[in-house]
Design a protein around this ligand. Structure first.
Ligand code: ZN
Length: 117
């Protein structure tokens, strides 16, 4: 199974079967493992404006291939947050919030998120 086949299967099945979990780890390695762990622990949140992934020390905003984590900003690599959101958006494994995430960070949020506003 290649990457595009994997995402097609996820879209069809709309759930993480043991098969698909195995493929995700085979294709993406450690990135896949971290993404699955975050999904299993319900750390993917969908606000009205953005997807947010809760990491160990901070939470990151993900939009398509864009993420606010240091990995994505400085190494320009696709990080596991982007992968986790891509998987979760197909399977529906995310917590949905009827709120604007932007409203959250205007009040006393870390400076590193300000550039987005
Ligand atoms: Zn990231």
């Amino acid at each position: 199974m290649d990457v595009s086949e994997l995402f097609t299967r996820l879209e069809d099945e709309r759930q993480l079967t043991p098969d698909l979990r195995g493929e995700i780890i085979r294709i993406f390695g450690d990135r896949g493992r971290k993404a699955l762990k975050a999904i299993d622990e319900h750390r993917i949140k969908k606000y009205r404006d953005f997807f947010v992934v809760v990491g160990t020390s901070d939470e990151y905003i993900v939009e398509d291939e864009f993420c606010t984590c240091p990995d994505a900003l400085y190494r320009r690599g696709s990080c596991w947050h982007v992968l986790a959101v891509r998987i979760a958006s197909l399977t529906g494994d995310y917590e949905k919030y009827d709120l604007w995430y932007q409203d959250n960070w205007n009040a006393g949020s870390p400076a590193d998120k300000q550039y987005l506003s």
